[in-house]
Structure formats: structure tokens, C-alpha cells
Design a protein around this ligand. Structure first.
Ligand SMILES: *Cc1c(COP(=O)(O)O)cnc(C)c1O
Length: 363
């Protein structure tokens, strides 16, 4: 079976060497005669996997010692609730509205009792095609919530806003893709299925002084309880953590996050440069805000868009359909997506455009 070029926005492509290692170790991990799926989470073998995963992510992101690293479940979506539950503590919470996921974070925070949500900046006026100027947050706010990469709209926030209150970031779709200074954040969270590993794992990086502000939270929803139990308050998603550990090792081999970012910039530039010089395809996103990991593009007709997605699929380019809320196409170029796939896509786009311009029906 040939592998396809998988442009999915998530769950997304994983590095082939990681999948091959998973396959080799599937039946008997490290001479145990058991799969990682079958190991007790209290076993030494699994504890070593968890410890390695934590030390690797600390090294890759240069996470300072006064931050906890948590391996949780529930996806980024549960963090939309856990963050206000744990951090708002009767204060106002400031949010930046840069897209569909930010909107969900805002609407969930509003459901948490006692939390007053203030949307201090938004790019909704122009279809979320840019990153808005972020005003100074009043010091009586508990935190400022941002989304560093807007997966659906294809914009990214590369500069972390200076803020007197802790900055909380949903980094689900560009964690480990671009270098960010962890010290500038109070809390970072990310669902794993875009750049880290299998769905079902959620990474949370949280500054210790932000823990334990709210008493009496349900244990599973309390960052302090999860931190005190080193992510093992209950059975953690063991297999997903194991795969994440292998992905972290792979990233380290690629030159760490800086090395991966350089490659991601190259991949994204190839595609944006092609789109910008094309008179057939165009990008709906303001150049200064363009994401490295999610690249939306359109033709001038919904019919061509539809035909493009269909014919691309027939040629081994999968999951190029844009999110249902924005239409068009979207190529997700996460860390594991190979540069040859970008080159092949561009060649296919050129062929498709030329055939359409020449009046042919199919390429
Ligand atoms: C995918 C995504 C989410 C949702 O993640 P789940 O793990 O499915 O809850 C939230 N925020 C961003 C930015 C995303 O890309």
C-alpha cells in the first residue's frame, strides 16, 4: 500500500519513521512480551516512557522548571472549560477572537459560573483573515486568552502579546512547529492530533503559581490535582503518550523546533509563492498573518474548488477540502508533512489550472 499525501487538518500525518517504530515495537515493547497498550500505567516501563516524554518536551520547548507539564485527555476543547474553571477565580477573563476555535473558547468560558468574559480584540469583521492589534489588558483580568494558530482560517500569531496578566494560548495547531518562548505564557494547551501524536492526548504546560487558585473543583478538572499526581490521577492515554514520545525524539533529530520551523517556513513559502504568482488560485489571508501549518486557498469559482478537491484526491492528495465554514481548499502542512508533497501539490495545481484555462474539463 502506497502512502498518500495527507493534508488533513487533524488527526494529521505522522512521521513515517515513528509509525515504523510503533509497528516494530507493537507486539513486544522493549522485551516485555507486551504491547505498550497492554502495559500497566504503574509499571516501570511505562513510567520511563512518561518521564522521557516529559524531559523531551521540556528540552524541545525549553520549558522552565517552574512550569508543570501535564498529559491529559479531553482534547483542546476540554481546556476551553478547564482554563476558566481553574484560572478565572471570580475575575474577568480577556479573550482575543481570531477564528472558529477562539469563538468556541469564548462561548465555553461564558458557561463557567462567575466568569465574566471580555473580548478585547477580534478579526471577525474581515472573515478572520488577519490578526488584530491587541490592546493592553487591564490588570484586574485573570488572564488573556489567545489562539496562536487558527487552524480553520489559516492565520498565525507569531508575536506573543506583552501583557501584565498571564497569557493563555491554545497552541493546538502550531505547537512544536514554530519557536515560542514559554516564559511569555502562563499556560499553553494543545490537542495532540495535529503535531504531537494520536488524538486522545492533550498537552498542558502551566506555570506553577497559577495552580490551586480555586478550591473544590472536581478532581479530574483540577490542574493542581493532575499536577500533584504527575498526570496519573487516573489512567493516562498511555499509547498516545508513547507515540508522542517517539514524535518528540523525531523532532529532536530534525534539529529541534528551530530546525523544524526552518523546514516549515520553506514548505509554506513554496506554496504561498506559487499561489501569489498564480492567476487561477488565490489566498484569502493577509500576508503578514499567514499560518505555516494551515494554508487555505481558493479558485474564483466554487465549482472549480469542488472539482479540484475531487481530482486531487484521485491523484493521491487527500483531505484538501477547506473547512465547511470557509469552503475552498486547505493544505495542512504540519511538521511530518514532507516537502516533496508540497512540490507535488504545486505541480498538480499548475496542471489543473492550465487545463481549466485551456477549456478542458478534466486534467
Ligand atoms: C483542533 C483544534 C481544537 C480542538 O481540538 P480537540 O482536541 O478536537 O478538542 C481547538 N483549537 C484549535 C486551535 C484546534 O486546531
Amino acid at each position: 500500500m502506497e502512502r498518500v499525501y495527507n493534508f488533513s487538518a487533524g488527526p494529521a500525518v505522522l512521521p513515517v519513521p515513528v509509525l515504523e517504530k510503533v509497528q516494530r515495537e507493537l507486539l513486544s515493547y522493549n522485551g516485555s512480551g507486551m504491547s505498550v497498550m497492554e502495559l500497566s500505567h504503574r509499571s516501570e516501563l511505562f513510567q520511563n516512557i512518561l518521564d522521557d516524554a516529559e524531559s523531551l518536551i521540556r528540552e524541545l520547548m525549553e520549558i522552565p522548571d517552574n512550569y508543570k507539564v501535564l498529559f491529559l485527555q479531553g482534547g483542546a476543547s476540554l481546556q476551553f472549560d478547564m482554563v476558566p474553571m481553574n484560572l478565572a477565580n471570580g475575575k474577568k477573563a480577556a479573550y482575543v477572537n481570531t477564528g472558529s476555535w477562539a469563538k468556541k473558547a469564548i462561548s465555553e468560558a461564558k458557561k463557567i459560573q462567575g466568569v465574566e468574559v471580555e473580548v478585547i480584540a477580534s478579526s471577525e469583521d474581515r472573515n478572520f483573515s488577519y490578526i488584530p492589534e491587541i490592546p493592553t489588558v487591564s490588570s484586574d483580568a485573570a488572564y488573556l486568552h489567545v489562539t496562536t494558530n487558527n487552524t480553520i482560517e489559516g492565520t498565525a500569531m507569531f508575536d506573543v502579546p506583552e501583557s501584565a496578566v498571564p497569557v493563555v494560548a491554545d497552541m493546538s495547531s502550531n505547537i512544536l512547529s514554530s519557536v515560542y518562548d514559554v516564559k511569555k505564557f502562563g499556560l499553553i494547551y494543545a490537542g495532540a492530533q495535529k503535531n504531537i501524536g494520536p488524538a486522545g492526548l492533550t498537552l498542558v504546560i502551566v506555570r506553577e503559581d497559577l495552580l490551586g487558585q480555586v478550591e473544590g473543583l472536581p478532581s479530574m478538572l483540577d490542574f493542581k490535582v493532575q499536577a500533584e499526581n504527575d498526570s496519573m490521577y487516573n489512567t493516562p492515554p498511555t499509547f498516545a503518550i508513547y507515540v508522542a514520545k517517539l514524535v518528540f525524539e523525531w523532532i529532536k533529530e530534525q534539529g529541534g523546533v528551530a530546525g523544524i520551523e526552518a523546514l516549515n517556513r520553506k514548505k509554506a513559502a513554496l506554496l504561498y509563492d506559487y499561489i501569489d504568482q498564480s492567476d487561477f488560485f488565490s489566498s484569502p489571508v493577509e500576508p503578514s498573518a499567514r499560518s505555516l501549518t494551515n494554508v487555505p486557498f481558493v479558485t474564483n469559482s466554487a465549482e472549480f474548488d469542488k472539482a479540484f478537491v475531487k481530482e486531487a484526491e484521485a491523484n493521491g492528495f487527500e483531505n484538501l477540502k477547506g473547512h465547511r465554514s470557509v469552503g475552498g481548499m486547505r493544505a495542512s502542512l504540519y511538521n511530518a508533512f514532507p516537502i516533496e508533497g508540497v512540490e507535488a501539490l504545486i505541480a498538480f495545481m499548475e496542471k489543473f489550472a492550465n487545463a481549466r484555462k485551456g477549456g478542458e474539463v478534466r486534467v
